[in-house]
Design a protein around this ligand. Structure first.
Ligand SMILES: CC(C)(COP(=O)(O)OP(=O)(O)OC[C@H]1O[C@@H](n2cnc3c(N)ncnc32)[C@H](O)[C@@H]1OP(=O)(O)O)[C@@H](O)C(=O)NCCC(=O)NCCS
Length: 346
């Protein structure tokens, strides 16, 4: 497709080498078990009012024992494929954004390939912290745009409660389990789909949010377990400051270089880490909160799962319709930053 101007906007659509890529289906999954703020009051010294005021979270979902992130992805992928009406054997590539894989290896993508029966597909995992879905999406988009692939399944999911220390009150109130999957395919003539993205990492921020145990540096031992290195470590205020600054800086830059403003967007779908981070970013973009998708109250922070889950909320609330310009933005452990501008074509 040629580089061209959209009539109603000053948006310039960049040309691509092969075909433009678009999202053609969405599926999500959250496990049925719910952990409320009242439940947490029984575990740590906290209360519903503090959690609601400081984070905006009321409850989160918890994956049942015996299941892994591959099960969340599998359920979401099945719904995604059913919506599109195609068999799993049509999938060529599976990319999973997660930092809570079932195990160190094989990759979650391999487990999902087997569970959904995507015979003939290949795939891999992407570790981008809470930006994991955005990074997996970007990898998938480039595969479609190259002209090499026509059906790429992108999952974003995490089972954070597995890595959470339920004696650490600042961390345990935030995280939940869940995720989703989207199908990427070439856009039809006249459709735009994926427009542009802006991502960056700042590895110096790794000290503020990490899980140190179980890797090659600190393989699991009695000592790593005694030191609670198998749990998420978070310096909340440091992460908060970085997230507010970077989310607004990067999204503003992405919109500006594409000739659009917050007012041109159908909706803004941010990572759901803290309601205050979302509203601060929306304010800086000059966006009416009516067009900002917030579902953190129901799910908490599901890391790579938040954006597909928020896409589902946006569709359900009638805030994401065919032809809408959509801005996605995430900040996560690394630090990682990922933003995407696309046109919704479903
Ligand atoms: C974690 C977070 C909610 C904490 O909120 P905060 O306003 O920064 O709170 P602080 O850590 O400064 O703590 C403020 C006070 O509340 C207390 N507190 C912390 N957790 C509490 C809880 N669950 N219940 C009640 N009080 C709590 C602290 O002990 C502290 O008390 P003090 O002032 O007496 O020392 C917030 O920093 C945050 O959301 N950070 C970003 C997290 C994030 O995005 N993570 C994922 C990255 S993708």
């Amino acid at each position: 497709m040629d580089c061209r101007k959209e009539n109603a906007l000053s948006l310039t659509v960049r040309p691509v080498v092969g075909s433009r890529a678009k999202i053609t289906a969405l599926g999500t999954y959250v496990p049925p078990q719910i952990l409320t703020n009242q439940d947490l009051e029984k575990l740590v010294d906290t209360n519903d009012q503090w959690i609601m005021e400081r984070t905006g979270i009321k409850e989160r979902h918890v994956l049942a024992k015996g299941l892994g992130v591959s099960d969340i992805c599998t359920e979401a992928a099945k719904k995604c494929l059913a919506t599109r009406g195609i068999p799993a054997t049509d999938i060529e590539v599976i990319i999973v954004g997660t930092v809570t894989p079932d195990m160190m290896f094989p990759s979650t993508a391999c487990l999902v390939q087997d569970k959904i029966g995507a015979k003939g597909a290949w795939g891999f995992d992407v570790s981008g912290g809470c930006s994991g879905f955005v990074y997996a999406l970007l990898a998938g988009v480039k595969m479609v745009e190259s002209g090499s692939y026509k059906k790429v399944l992108v999952c974003g999911a995490d089972a954070n409660t597995r890595m959470t220390d339920y004696t650490d009150r600042t961390t345990c109130v935030i995280f939940g389990d869940g995720g989703g999957a989207v199908l990427l395919e070439p856009a039809e003539e006249g459709e735009i789909g994926f427009i542009d993205s802006l991502s960056e990492v700042d590895g110096s921020g790794g000290v503020s949010l990490n899980l140190k145990g179980g890797g090659s540096l600190n393989p699991t031992s009695h000592e790593t377990v005694d030191k609670k290195m198998h749990y998420i470590f978070q310096d909340g205020p440091a992460v908060y400051k970085f997230a507010v600054r970077k989310m607004s800086e990067t999204t503003a830059k992405l919109l500006e270089r594409n000739g659009v403003t917050g007012a041109d967007l159908g909706c803004f779908i941010p990572h759901q880490a803290n309601k205050r981070i979302i509203t601060a970013t929306a304010e800086r973009l000059g966006m009416d909160l009516d067009h900002v998708i917030i579902n953190i109250e129901k799910y908490g922070n599901t890391s790579a799962g938040t954006i597909p889950l928020a896409m589902e909320t946006a569709v359900e609330e009638g805030k994401l319709k065919k032809g809408d310009l959509v801005l996605l933005a995430a900040v996560g452990a690394g630090f990682t930053v990922g933003t995407v501008l696309l046109r919704w074509e479903i």
